[in-house]
Design a protein around this ligand. Sequence first.
Ligand code: PFF
Length: 445
Amino acid sequence: MKIAQFSRFGFILAAAGSAVGLGNIWKFPYITGEYGGGAFVLVYLLTVAFIGFSIMIAEMFIGYEGKKDCVTSFETLAPQKKSLWKLAGFQGVSGLLIMTFYSVVIGWILNYIVTSFTHLPASVEEAQNIFMGMLKSDPYTQIFYHSVTAIIVTFILTKGIKGGIERLNKFLMPLLMLILGGMFLYALTLDGFSKAWNFMFAFDFSKLNSEAFVTAVGHAFFTLSLGMGAIMTYAASMQKGTNLVKSALWVVFLDTTIALIAGLMLFTFLYQYGATPSKGPGLVFISLPSVFYEMGILGNIFSVLFFIALAFAGLTSAVSLVEPMVQYFIDRFTWSRLKASVLMGSFFYVIGLVALLSNIDGFSSALTFGSKNLFDWLDFVTAAILLPLGGLVMAIFVGFVVPKSQVSALLEPQLGKFFTPWYFSLRYITPIAMFIVILNLIGVF
Ligand code: PFF
């Protein structure tokens, strides 16, 4: 079946919508806090610029040239027919697995939008009790909002590339930027801003250990939505003649700017009201609400707006996590979009339910395997292992398997004199870096 196409601007927005997500506003600030700020930010920025950007171009290339779902695109571009390279396309499955817990987290955010209207915690202890109470002993609220998320995402997917995904992004992305931009401008007027700036940009290398390094590299992948077929599947719907390099530049630029803005804004608020940045995943759910409380009524408004922005960012990424497998079943099994969307939606919904229960007291021991419960395993295996692995496979595929003439025919005119360094980085630097990350993660050293 022929795939519907994005408008040019629609493609950039949709790819940026995929990239800008919970990773930018929830995860980036808290891991920056955990790993001590500046030096971590520097490694992240270098990885985005030198590895993430190269792979983004490669991933767009596979989608744009292959023009179909991710499995078929690999198959089409591999020089021998019936090649095993089609297995590389199953990186689309990683997206579905990410979506299981991503949907649960969006659910927490929806819950916080509703409760912030009327109540903010008066102290960090109260905030901690509220969050942990929800996480560990309130399955009903979580199941309710996880269900709402699954219904919204599935509904948008049934509407397709143009009427669903492009429309959603054209509506939500500008609103997201407006809310974050407005709150950032307010943060600029506060004294805490200079402390936040120092925390993020004073490069203290004594805090940089190998774990921080690997986390920064893994996060660069996660935040740019690389290695699981999302960007590739969207690129299959690019209009002919779209400039891949310019599009990739825009996506990387928007994603990085929004992460930095979100980080500076959050740390400003935290410093302004005497909270500390090193709070882990609870940063936006625990520290931030208690800081909003200190701001009085403005805090309620900020809290609602902040969680709305976070939900918007999450939803535009969520659709891109599921779309690769939806497209796969449409292309390969001629399923209708409705059937593919509902079945994929049900899949992540059900596993998400089990993941959610794995945090609940009473269920967690049965759903804990080794050092982690199911929820944490899904996060770890996807973000830390599968995405870098997807990146490694794509770098090797475009760098060594697809004939150089085909790669240069499309990309040399767009990259100009940067083609040679890009190709070199794709063939050697990126695979080596990815390989080191994966070995380190699975504990080889
Ligand atoms: N980039 C998204 C974020 O930063 O939250 C998460 C994500 C979306 C990862 C889509 C991978 C993906 F394919």
